[in-house]
Design a protein around this ligand. Structure first.
Ligand code: XMP
Ligand code: MG
Length: 177
């Protein structure tokens, strides 16, 4: 497996996004809506990179669109819904990776219906080459230029590799459909 993003590079980007969010939301309350399971590692680091001048609360949604494959199925199933009443609140969706955008569009619609004061999208990785819907992250760590399937730092292949500290490209021969 080839390492694409080191632990240090990931930490630098997380700190940068945290600082940006700290500036943009100073004195406000922000609800981080973390998309399980992949984004939990990034969200835990990001939340701690946001200054105490921003009041944070955290909630989770769990969706599945991939099963164990590496291609988006295009349908999103909600496995866990939000507990927090987000109406009138500033909300940020926190994702591990934005690929086709189908997951994010569904989540965006689901949250928008609950009438938050604002709704922004933060993702550690953006893979725009497969985009099926028009969607751009407001905060982003890294943009992937190719169509690599990446693992580590929360990202899995069939539930494996989430615990790796760095992010790697999954070798095509490791893929089985
Ligand atoms: P869509 O296509 O709906 O997909 O934007 C977003 C979800 O798909 C997963 N995904 C990946 N997971 N390595 C992964 O481990 C990847 O390269 C990758 N690309 C997409 C991910 O769960 C994300 O939430
Ligand atoms: Mg996944």
């Amino acid at each position: 497996m080839e390492q694409l993003y080191s632990q240090q590079a990931i930490a630098r980007q997380t700190a940068r996004i945290g600082a940006q969010i700290s500036r943009d939301y100073t004195g406000q309350h922000l609800v981080l809506v973390v998309v399980l399971k992949g984004a939990m590692f990034f969200a835990a680091d990001l939340a701690r990179a946001i200054s105490s001048d921003v009041e944070i609360s955290i909630d989770f949604v769990r969706v599945s669109s991939y099963a164990n494959a590496t291609q988006s199925s295009g349908t999103v199933t909600f496995k866990t819904r939000l507990e927090t009443d987000i109406s009138g609140k500033h909300v940020m969706l926190v994702e591990d990776i934005l690929d086709t955008g189908l997951t994010m569009r569904e989540l965006h619609n689901y949250l928008e219906k609950q009438q938050p004061a604002s709704l922004k999208l933060c993702t550690m990785f953006d893979k725009p080459c497969n985009r099926a819907v028009e969607i751009t992250p407001d905060y982003c760590g890294f943009t992937l230029t190719g169509n690599d399937f990446i693992i580590g730092y929360g990202l899995d292949y069939a539930e494996r590799y989430r615990n790796l500290n760095a992010v790697y490209r999954l070798d095509p021969e490791q893929l089985q459909h």
